[in-house]
Design a protein around this ligand. Structure first.
Ligand code: HSE
Length: 431
């Protein structure tokens, strides 16, 4: 029988989900995996205000040092989130010879290299399945199932909150704020929802995937990040009528010896499988060699979805307790790649552009003239008649265009007196 003593730090939504799952699956885990987990300690700053029924034998504390210094504990689960004190908790747990399970994408994205080096030094493992896609097993898929593959591209819908917001805006004709409120009420969003809607949470997760898949350790500042706060219902409707859907995509692609890494609202064909990923569901499409395309889909946010990933980490850890997988303590977060990051200005994509312009002859010619001067071809133009106001939305789809040229043209177009608000530009991606 494998026996592991657990210390859990962070008894919030996910922490409580993990305890619930461990307790309700106790016999299942014992019978199927020959493994017994004992919950030795739970630490939370408001542990005494929380429901701890059935945990009489567990040390319930507000001091995380009691957990990381307890010699009987083998594995520390960190579910506090954010940088501090999670950094001190994980570092301290490793230094006192404990394995770590965490769902902390922000910390791994920023300090992963250092923490994995520490783990390797101590021959301990850090497991982090729930850091990306909650229980959707993307980490194990990349590190184990696809271990011998090379990776050409990753396209991910990896923030449940943003995907939920875009879905609700489309389905219910809601504004962004209405949909965000609903996501918060359902407990999907981060404590600070700006991390979700500004694309930062997606970027944290993408940097973990890029490292695992491409061996490239990238700083958050090197990722081009755009969130969804500027997406309006007008654009969702236009996209729909053009046969397109808007998704917040995490994109990493190899282009010769460079990689493009970006997070952005992206227009994709409505009949592509990623376009039908709705609500809090996440999906990650990976183009690998020699396997080809592989698509993983499932619930990427929520209490039990995240608990599922943490419990799978614990079971894996128990099976390898005395010989942590070399994948998990190997060269993770050491930059073994020679790929250079491609600057956003050099990236070429097709664009959806929307201008709010005065409805009079010659306006279209002025706009297309500026685009033409910058070498940007137009694939289609739509202008719907407006009965209510003197400005109308003019929507254009461009041919492939370089980012820097699009930016320059939009600056000039914004200055035209016939254009009444800041143009909207959304990149399109052919998957
Ligand atoms: N706020 C995150 C999301 C939770 O919406 O995806 C899971 O990481």
């Amino acid at each position: 029988m494998n026996r592991l003593n657990i210390g859990l730090i962070g008894y919030g939504t996910v922490g409580q989900g993990v305890i619930k799952m461990l307790r309700t699956r106790e016999n299942f885990i014992r019978n199927k995996f020959n493994t017994e987990f004992t919950i030795k300690a739970i630490c939370d700053r408001s542990i005494h205000q929380k429901n701890t029924r059935g945990l009489a034998k567990t040390n319930l504390t507000t001091n995380y040092l009691e957990v990381i210094n307890d010699p009987e504990i083998n594995v520390v689960i960190e579910l506090v989130g954010g940088m501090h004190p999670s950094y001190e908790i994980i570092g301290g747990a490793l230094r006192s010879g404990k394995h770590v399970v965490t769902a902390n994408k922000e910390l791994l994205a920023q300090k992963g290299e250092e923490l994995f080096t520490e783990a390797k030094k101590k021959n301990k493992a850090i497991y982090f399945e729930s850091s990306v896609g909650a229980g959707v097993p993307i980490i194990k898929m990349i590190t184990e199932g696809l271990a011998g593959n090379k990776f050409n591209a990753i396209y991910g819908i990896i923030n449940g909150t943003c995907n939920f917001i875009l879905t609700e805006m489309t389905k219910n004709n809601w504004t962004f704020s209405q949909a965000l409120k609903e996501a918060q009420a359902r407990g999907y969003a981060e404590r600070n929802p700006a991390l979700d809607v500004n694309g930062i949470d997606t970027a944290h997760k993408l940097s973990i995937l890029v490292f695992l898949a491409l061996g490239k350790s990238i700083k958050l500042n090197d990722i081009y990040i755009e969130g969804i706060t500027h997406i309006s219902h007008v654009d969702i409707e236009h996209a729909e009528s053009l046969g397109l859907s808007i998704k917040l995509l995490a994109i990493a692609k190899r282009v010769k010896n460079q990689i493009e890494v970006r997070v952005q609202p992206t227009l994709i064909a409505k009949d592509h499988p990623l376009a039908s990923v709705n609500g809090i569901f996440n999906a990650i499409l990976i183009d690998t060699d020699p396997l080809g395309d592989i698509l993983l889909y499932g619930q990427g946010a929520g209490q039990m979805a995240a608990a599922s990933g943490v419990v799978s980490d614990l079971i894996n850890l128990a099976a390898r307790n005395n010989s942590p997988s070399t994948i998990m303590v190997g060269n993770l977060f050491q930059d073994i790649s020679t790929f250079k990051l491609r600057e956003i200005d050099q990236i070429k994509t097709k664009f959806y552009l929307r201008f709010m312009a005065i409805d009079k002859p010659g306006v279209l010619a002025k706009i297309t003239g500026i685009l033409g001067e910058h070498g940007i071809g137009i694939a289609s133009v739509t202008q719907k008649e407006s009965k209510k106001s003197s400005t109308v939305p003019v929507v254009m789809l461009t041919d492939l265009a370089t980012e820097s040229m699009v930016r320059l043209s939009l600056q000039q177009i914004t200055r035209l007196s016939v254009v009444k608000s800041k143009p909207v530009a959304i990149r399109m991606e052919k998957l």
